[in-house]
Design a protein around this ligand. Sequence first.
Ligand code: ADP
Ligand code: MG
Length: 700
Amino acid sequence: MNTNLQTPIDYLKGIGPNRADLLRKELGIYTYQDLINLFPNRYIDRTHYYTINQLQRNSADVQVIGVITSLQTIGEGRSKRLVATFKDDTGILDLVWFRGHKWIRESLKLNKPYVIFGKTNWFNGKFNMPHPDMELLEDHKKNLQSVMQPVYPSTEKLSNKGITNRVMIKIMQQLFLETNGKFIETLSDNLKNELKLINKSDALFNVHFPKTQELLAKAQYRLKFEELFYIQLQLVIKNLIHKSKIKGYPFNNVGTYFNTFYKSHLPFELTNAQKRVLKEIRADLGSNAQMNRLLQGDVGSGKTIVAFMSILMALDNGFQACLMAPTEILSVQHYNGLLEWSNKLNISISILTGSTKTSERRIIHESLENGELHILIGTHALLENKVKFKNLGLAIIDEQHRFGVAQRSKLWHKNESPPHVLVMTATPIPRTLAMSVYGDLDISIIDELPPGRKSIKTVHRYDKNRLNVFKFIRDEIKKGRQIYIVYPLIQESAAMDYKDLMDGYESISRDFPMPDYQISIVHGKMKPADKDFEMQRFIKGETQIMVATTVIEVGVNVPNASVMIIESAERFGLSQLHQLRGRVGRGAEQSYCILMTSQKLSSDSKTRLETMVKTNDGFEIAEVDLKLRGPGDIMGTQQSGVLNLKIADIIKDKDILQLARFHAKQVLNKDPNLSKDENQVLLYTYKQLSKYKNIWNYIS
Ligand code: ADP
Ligand code: MG
């Protein structure tokens, strides 16, 4: 009775080899299953008919009944077009085709009533409708089954080749005919009852041919839940398998290092959030499953000390630890910070980067292998094959989004048994997104800034107000503060960026002349040693102004710097702006962020700037960013596959997502292997999904 939904689309009546090819290439539809899962983008009300005198300029989706009274070809070459004069009792409208003249001309019937449907333009004192969707009135009356007509995703190529929306609807109707509209149920009775979800077959029917608005809503809800549920089920299962299969080193002791540091050397009282996160990490490290945890905390929230204290837990149990950061500058800074603390505890610590000398490297390699070296900090250089640990117990990765998944897992294989892994990121990933992409990681969040921080005041200024901004800088420097001025990134190809930076540097040097003012400059084209030299001058307070590109974006910590000026701020993305702003506001003083832009701004740029001015909350900013850019962009193409959702939208449907995650966990809690009778339907669907989709591959 059930048609096999894996049947190639070519077999559906009405789809020849050409159409099948187009559907495959344009929409990725290979099988009946793919087709049934092609959900409408939206629905249009086809109960309403306009008369021509009711049309508005630029109205979308209008439906008019009338007749074609004449047809003619107008223009030459590229502007050649077929124009039909279409009339009803109230006026005249031109129908226009720029392509496909021949078959349209042959198929159109003069003086017979048609229902046309499409978007109208106002041109030359007349309405026209380009490439209308049309149907003879008598057919229209026969076919009209639902008041809400689905509009399917389409491409230009599809409509050019005659696969219009109307054709898509016909194809879908045919599919329902051949399958009798009966589809295998994919959710358990338990779930359906508890959540009052409608049946699969009813849901599919009503999403394609809604009988009522209410049924449509129910159908969408059920299908969205299902889609998100199976993603969550997969993620939770992965996490469980990970925990049961991958043994970690159990760190049983909280020992001398940790306790001594905690009692005698803690530089400040930990925030409650830091304490909570340390407890979460402690619990992971104490169990004998490998930790795989993501630590999210806004810039300045104090992740470094959490990292250090986690490292102490490893050391207390006789293990080594490493901390990997994406840039040289950041590695050096981590090294300097951790060195101070380590010295107090007699812990040995080294740094390894691209610019470490061969002789030093040799020493590091040796002392790592014989276990004398406790902590290694560094860049990607840590991933080199020569770097071998005696017993690496904990690997920490800072600013996780800079490292690919492959690199992350490379660290794992430095040992017999994988070390515990803690990835830290200051780019707040909206909770919903984290849940759908990192659902297999455990997540800790530091959602509290250290006490006494004044929130950063952010303003937007136009270039023409530069003089006022410069005066402000002078006043701040007089108070003993330091200033960052940041330019868009210098890329090899972007000679323009470099010129902007250098021009800016020159003009700032003129306005802030030596010896009263000292200026540092740091950019991507400099040698690491020179960069470091300039950074150090600024850190030591020898220079008051740091002119830089985004190389300073990540992690740099100079508490005395209180003003961040971002040039051409319209060219930066939201998360970058937020990261940059996070360089200030690290001391006790009131800090400022000034976003400089030209007068001309796109609406997205405006939204970004307004958001920055309005809020300091990284999670709120991340949500706006997600809305502006879409999830694929934020996570990078690598992970976008996961989010290639067919019906749900992780932004709009986050409540359903949460519900789906809750139920996925609950089902697996009660029945980890899905072996109970009532869950057979889940197990079956889960297996089918793994077989026919490779969404796994996208998740690390
Ligand atoms: P991030 O999370 O951005 O890596 P850091 O670890 O660099 O933040 O911490 C930012 C600043 O806040 C540092 O100067 C650090 O010493 C300080 N800090 C961290 N935690 C606390 C705390 N609990 N109380 C006071 N200052 C803190
Ligand atoms: Mg940091």
